[in-house]
Design a protein. Sequence first.
Length: 305
Amino acid sequence: MSLESKKIWLDGEMVDWEQAKVHVLTHALHYGTGYFEGIRCYALEDGRSAIFRLDEHIRRFFDSGHILGFPLPYTVDKIKQAIVDTVRVNGFKECYIRPLAFLGLKELGLYAPDNPVQVVIAAWRWGAYLGEEGIKNGIRAKISSYTRHHVNVMMTKSKVSGNYINSVLAKHEVKKAGYDEAIMLDTEGYVAEASGENVFIVRERRVKTTPFTSILPGITRDSVLTIARDKGYQVQEERFTRDELYTADEAFLTGTAAEVTPIREVDNRKIGAGRPGPVTLDLQQAFFNVIKGQDKKYAGWLTYL
Ligand code: PPE
């Protein structure tokens, strides 16, 4: 992966990629006091490009700041325009977009109410997050020994930078053990989410995913739930246990970066036949059709460049 591009939007200006810098005493660097989004822009068949569910990502970006109490110092329209401009100025047909807001430079110490909230929007090319092979044939997951945040320890509906230490610990743990992705349990022992994705299971063609309680409310999760309902699948948002995951017919992950990635194995146990199942493949294909603009029913989810 190369993070390079021509320009990055920094505090209201387009600056050269090399110049998009902050001071080492920036508050967020010390305490994780930032929040971010991950958005994808896709090349469509007709030659245009479109950003997927931009309004929902912007809504969550503002929600994150509201929850933390460090609101964005811009309007929704300004941020939306800045995101579109960042993709355009870099000439990307397809890219991953990373808006980030964080407490900047003024004071250190936990109480720093007057530090500026700085905002960055960067974009780069990012292929299949869990690998092309993973998207096609499924990944091998492991339940992490690290528990997902308790809802009163971290604000899980806010995409806070500091929250991700928990994900980094889990991801490193399972990668070192030879697996592709970590699945984390909540403080009561139910399946919560993966290090950077939401989790779905399928049994007897019924689709189930974890409820909002302790997870990031994923926009891909919402898209897949909507598509599944529209296709007539029975859908439940209900918590489930680790052994229910083991005995599912199919399982998959959803996320902006990971898109829809099948899970073929959890803790060395095959899920179903050990390869992507029919419902997963059906939903994955439907999702790809939507993001590529091939399904007019969901055209409202695309912001054309
Ligand atoms: N849970 C977590 C913890 C999470 O980080 C993500 C996104 C999701 C669920 C799925 O949310 P959504 O993208 O709205 O469907 N993870 C982002 C960060 C990945 C990274 O490594 O950075 C992403 O997919 O962009």
